[in-house]
Design a protein around this ligand. Structure first.
Ligand SMILES: *Cc1c(COP(=O)(O)O)cnc(C)c1O
Length: 402
């Protein structure tokens, strides 16, 4: 951790200053991008990653880079984590954590609804390595408890989860997980450290897709895992061998994005609450799920666990295929596109049937719960930073063409 970080108490100050140091050679106030794959070394420098210790000197950018390190230190400060390892994408971060935590013969418990890439990894490659995966509705604490086995090593949750914005109780699940001698990882991409700091609530690992709110501008992909220093040293060895290193240029873009994260999240939340209320009043809209609405089935948990309700809304409409078609053809401000957390509003339709064929495996109770949020399909709306009246008018103009 950079010396002086104890001075940066508030999140807004950490977002701007943590990890950044004026350049020693030029005294530039802004961080410089070190676009170098190699670093000039002395003759005694060991060659193997096995000898990698503290990152005080640099050797090769896959093992560590000054710009990437600044981003890692900023993220660690924001999450109150001992250490952070950045990756080339959120999925590179998730897959590396799975390889770190799970060996053949181990068992993991995972939320039955999660980001599709993670759901598909845990459906295909991970079980093929003789690692057992149990999917549970992690809003149901008894189901989480019942899923734990003697060889459970990891519980992996996402809150709020992609795409239905359902929450899981981090503190309660951390207690169940730790009582079983396992570790808890929380994908906190939808929440961001502005809303929730999972490590303070007992999580062992926090995962972020930096491609979303942290970058915030839809122009760079990245990922991160945060946790205890010894675990993160092991993760760095894995990064060196699996190879998903973040480009220093992307690290710089993401770091620049993070400096405005607290004020952006406030604006995302303000806009999302207004858009959620607007959607609730539309005759074509059947159901709106947003943690900041009293109608969210877990609004009490949201108030306890999230100090910002973020900008993600899930909603159902009548005739969803026709509405999806109308949105893709007629929206002029909101982009009909995947991803989320950008300054631009983004919307995408996720069909329940398609998710069941490709990504999710439910028992009847789990399917019923998913359908209570998503019906036959759900629109995932990432409310951006445009004028909120303009966003609402754009949605209204397009939905009436369905
Ligand atoms: C997008 C996303 C990911 C994957 O991140 P990439 O950077 O696209 O690899 C993981 N988890 C959640 C919750 C996401 O929304």
């Amino acid at each position: 951790m950079a010396s002086g970080n104890h001075i940066f108490q508030a999140l807004q100050t950490k977002a701007i200053h943590a990890g950044e140091k004026p350049d020693l050679a030029t005294r530039a106030s802004s961080p410089s991008i070190v676009m170098s794959s190699s670093f000039v070394t002395d003759a005694e420098t060991p060659f193997s990653a096995e000898n990698l210790q503290d990152q005080t000197t640099f050797f090769y950018t896959r093992e560590g880079n000054p710009t990437v390190q600044q981003l890692e230190q900023k993220l660690a400060a924001l999450e109150d984590a001992e250490a952070c390892v950045a990756f080339s994408s959120g999925m590179a971060a998730i897959s590396a954590l799975m390889f770190h935590m799970l060996k053949p013969g181990d068992h993991m418990v995972m939320s039955d609804v999660a980001y599709v890439g993670a759901a598909e990894l845990m459906k295909g490659l991970i079980p093929s390595l003789n690692i057992q995966v149990t999917r549970v509705n992690t809003t149901d604490l008894e189901a989480v408890q019942a899923a734990i086995l003697p060889h459970t090593k990891l519980v992996h949750i996402e809150t709020p989860c992609n795409p239905i914005v359902r929450l899981s109780d981090i503190q309660a699940i951390a207690e169940i997980t730790h009582a079983a001698g396992a570790k808890l990882s929380v994908d906190s991409t939808f929440a961001t450290p502005v809303a929730t700091q999972p490590i303070k609530l007992g999580a062992d690992f926090v995962i972020h897709s930096l491609s979303k709110y942290l970058c915030g501008h839809g122009d760079a992909i990245g990922g991160a895992v945060l946790g205890a220093s010894d675990e993160m040293l092991a993760m760095r060895h894995l990064l060196i061998h699996l190879g998903g290193a973040l480009s220093p240029f992307n690290a710089w873009l993401i770091m620049r994005g993070i400096t405005t994260l607290p004020i952006r999240m406030k604006a995302h939340e303000d806009n999302a609450l207004k858009v959620a209320r607007f959607l609730e009043a539309q005759p074509q809209v059947k159901q709106v799920t947003y943690p900041g609405l009293a109608t969210h089935p877990q609004h009490e948990l949201a108030k306890r666990q999230m100090s910002n309700f973020s900008g993600m809304i899930a909603f159902q409409t009548k005739n969803p295929s026709a509405v999806a078609q109308a949105f893709s053809e007629h929206l002029q401000i909101v982009h009909y596109a995947v991803s989320l957390g950008h300054q631009r509003s983004l919307i995408y339709y996720i069909s329940t049937q398609e998710m069941l064929e490709t990504s999710f495996t439910f028992n009847q109770l789990q399917a019923d719960n998913y359908r209570s949020f998503a019906g036959d399909g759900v629109f995932r709306l990432s409310v951006g930073l445009e004028d909120v009246e303009d966003i609402c008018k754009d949605l209204e103009r397009s939905i009436t063409k369905a």
